[in-house]
Write a protein that binds this ligand. Structure first.
Ligand SMILES: *Cc1c(COP(=O)(O)O)cnc(C)c1O
Length: 373
């Protein structure tokens, strides 16, 4: 079976984790500090805070910005559910805006009509590693005096107009789950230029301590700490980032080479403004195909030893959101259309040209069979 994702762990990472195990300090030690400094330097921001997941990072940012009950946060329905759940944690309301059919990111043309007196922030997501339109997002946020949060959990290493994703909003987050571009096993980070946001997140990561460590707790906090073992793994991965980006680009280019002549498939578009370090490689079936066709094609790929994914299910159609807010099919038609026709193909650093040819060949055969039916 060719898996959908596979972490790229070398001897360097294994040694780094073992080295930590030979020290007495397994949490809140030098590796945390080093990992955070390296992230901040790489992204080009003043502060980075490593935490135990991308979702924890999002929750800290929401808290640090004071978003609470009665507030509205504009976001995309086409994402991993975490980018919207973090709004619900603080009883604020997600206001969804449909997506752009080419980039699959929030459609900035449709944002302003959704802004009300209660709007506090926009959370935009770099879906599948493709940068959102950060220029327009920043303009809109500034014009309406609302905060801009970057969920860059899927875009570590991607550039937008020559700057790294994670350096555009008031704060940004990354995720380091094993299927992401770099991994710490579990983990995430908050990055920001804003000292107040950083200090607030720093305190809340460790139970709301006052940061002087005299046992005082200033505010409600959590245990969102990331252990030294995870940080050591993260440092070793980050030191290999250029190699990782090059490998992923090669896989992306090979996919393009082998799939671009298949009429039925819409491949990730190229855009002059950005240089994505893709999270997954997705193909979208042309509109003549139904959701049923897509599911059938995925099943056949699976039977041929090719694991694939159907993300994302629109967040507004997730049962918990339908129950809570009464969303229905048709509310965000572009998001739904994309969601019904998309297939995520295996995408990882070590995917070989032979495997990519095998995947392309099988996709062709399956699509040809469909045509004859
Ligand atoms: C992976 C991801 C996260 C963070 O996920 P965790 O599993 O909590 O680390 C957040 N947002 C998006 C869009 C993601 O893909």
């Amino acid at each position: 079976m060719i898996p959908l994702a596979k972490p790229d762990i070398t001897e360097k990472e294994r040694e780094a984790v073992l080295d930590v195990l030979r020290t007495p300090q397994l949490s809140l030690g030098p590796k945390l500090k080093e990992f955070e400094e390296k992230i901040a330097e790489y992204i080009g921001v003043r502060h980075a805070l490593a935490v135990n997941s991308g979702t924890s990072a999002l929750h800290l940012v929401i808290r640090a910005l004071g978003i609470r009950e009665g507030d509205e946060v504009i976001t995309t329905p086409f994402s991993f559910i975490s980018s919207s759940n973090c709004i619900l944690y603080e009883r604020a309301k997600p206001i969804f805006v449909d997506i752009d059919s080419e980039t699959y990111n929030i459609d900035t043309k449709k944002i302003e009509e959704k802004i009300t007196g209660n709007t506090k922030a926009i959370i935009a997501v770099d879906v599948f590693g493709r940068p959102a339109d950060w220029n327009n997002l920043a303009k809109i946020a500034k014009k309406h005096n609302i905060k801009l949060i970057e969920d860059s959990a899927e875009s570590f290493g991607s550039d937008f107009e020559g700057k790294k994703c994670g350096s555009f909003g008031d704060a940004a987050i990354f995720g380091f789950y094993p299927n992401k571009q770099i991994t710490t096993g579990e983990g995430g980070a908050v990055v920001t230029d804003d000292r107040e946001i950083f200090e607030s997140c720093h305190s809340m990561r460790n139970q709301g301590r006052d940061n002087i460590s005299n046992g005082q707790h200033d505010r409600l906090g959590y245990n969102y700490r990331l252990s030294e073992l995870n940080c050591a793994l993260g440092i070793a991965q980050l030191e290999r980032i250029e190699e990782i980006i090059a490998k992923r680009k090669k896989v992306k280019d090979l996919y393009y080479e082998k799939l671009s002549n298949i009429r039925e498939l819409i491949l990730p578009s190229e855009n002059k403004n950005d240089n994505p370090n893709l999270f997954v490689y997705t193909v979208r079936l042309a509109d003549e195909f139904s959701r049923y066709d897509r599911d059938h094609i995925m099943m056949e790929l699976n039977e041929r030893g090719i694991q694939c994914g159907n993300y994302f299910t629109p967040i507004h159609l997730q049962p918990s959101y339908v129950k809570k807010f009464g969303f229905k099919k048709g509310d965000f038609p572009i998001c739904e259309n994309v969601s019904e026709r998309i297939i995520a193909l295996p995408f990882f650093n070590a995917l070989s040209e032979g495997e990519i040819s095998y995947i392309a060949q099988n996709l062709k055969e399956i699509l040809k069979k469909k045509e004859k039916q």
